[in-house]
Design a protein around this ligand. Structure first.
Ligand code: AQP
Length: 340
């Protein structure tokens, strides 16, 4: 946090309604959110403005947004403790993003590896929105003057950009401490869940291979099958975490086990050291099904009441706007707009 920032602590994070959520989203984000709501003021968003940086089917977008809301609720985020709202319902995001577009430097954005990964060889054809995505993300966080941002490791570089934007705004407009420098919360197991087919690639909703990920909607049978088919090597389960170096597929499975069972990696390995991967995967499948099945069931239950989801989102949207609008009004004044 900025040395000069004197405001309250606040946690902000978001999830995109751009496809099926998977175990990486759950362990890297949702599970942490459910814990943090007991410790700090939390604002959680469904970032539909981010989702449209790549084409979305308008008929499916609202449905996917409810799907993410159901995932938040099923993962244990309680709307009476934390806000769960929809980004496009709160205008402060887009307004602040424009001001930040004028603060951020193109050189900073050119360094963002996620844009390069997502745009691929066709960067010229990617939307401008995909390019400036991290600027909107900075606006999401700073419209709430959030001090902490729980995310997976893939978001670390974007968080650094948010800090750079906050610092430059404070300096450029001679407003020391106006924005905090938000800190990423990336600690703990599950911060980087990798593909079940390739332990060097992150588990991702855009991977064409469904077997690479465990979706939050997969039933027990599917979860177990995917884990049994996960890539391993010809060795045995090692004895200590140090021996996971250079064995990315095994390190990934041990990491998933540890995160789902709330055990240290050392304890997981102590239980299974020297075992073949068949029995290890069976044990992991049991752990995964026990942890994920209740979430899938709860999601289905929440999704059967879309009106209730809409009510929760609308109520939280009003509360979120009541926090963010005055902050953005102050920004207008600081910038020097007439009538601000
Ligand atoms: N593999 C992962 N391990 C740990 N955390 C992860 N997150 C995503 N993948 C992993 C975290 O989930 C949160 C929400 O992510 P998002 O919906 O904003 O989208 P994303 O990061 O773009 O997720 P995907 O699945 O990887 O989507 P695509 O395939 O579109 O790139 C974030 O906190 C993220 O860190």
């Amino acid at each position: 946090m900025s040395e000069d920032y004197q405001g309250p602590e606040r946690v902000f994070s978001g999830v995109q309604p751009s496809g099926e959520l998977h175990l990486g989203n759950y362990l890297g984000a949702l599970k942490k959110f459910a814990r943090l709501q007991h410790e700090k003021e939390c604002v959680f968003c469904i970032v539909d403005l981010h989702a449209i940086t790549v084409p979305q089917d308008p008929k499916r977008l609202a449905e996917q947004t409810r799907h993410i809301a159901a995932a938040y609720l099923a993962s244990g985020v309680d709307p009476s403790k934390a806000l769960i709202y929809n980004q496009s319902d709160v205008r402060a995001h887009t307004e602040l993003a424009w001001y930040f577009n004028c603060v951020a430097r193109t050189g900073w954005l050119n360094r963002m590896t996620q844009f390069k990964d997502k745009a691929g060889k066709n960067a010229e054809k990617a939307s401008v929105g995909l390019y400036t995505y991290p600027v909107l993300q900075a606006a999401d966080i700073l419209a709430f003057k959030a001090t902490q941002v729980p995310v997976g490791e893939d978001q670390k570089q974007h968080l650094e950009l948010s800090r750079d934007i906050a610092g430059k705004f404070n300096r450029d407009f001679n407003a020391p401490g106006f924005f905090p420098l938000p800190e990423p919360l990336i600690d703990g197991p599950g911060a980087k869940v990798m593909s079940l087919r390739d332990g060097t690639k992150k588990m991702s909703k855009s991977d064409p291979a469904d077997a690479s990920r465990i979706n939050l909607t997969d039933d027990a049978d599917k979860i177990a099958k995917k884990i049994r088919k996960a890539k391993t090597d010809s060795g045995l389960v090692p004895e200590t975490p140090d021996e996971l170096d250079g064995r990315p597929d095994i390190a990934n499975l041990v990491g998933i086990y540890s995160a789902l069972a709330d055990m240290s990696e050392a304890d997981v390995l102590e239980q299974h050291a020297g075992s073949q991967f068949g029995p290890f995967k069976n044990a992991l499948a049991d752990v995964a099904v026990a942890a994920m099945e209740p979430i899938t069931e709860l999601m289905t239950r929440y999704l059967s009441a879309p009106d209730e989801i809409d009510r929760i989102l609308a109520e939280a949207g009003d509360k979120a706007a009541a926090i963010a609008d005055p902050i953005v009004a102050e920004v207008r004044k600081i910038i020097g707009f007439r009538g601000a």
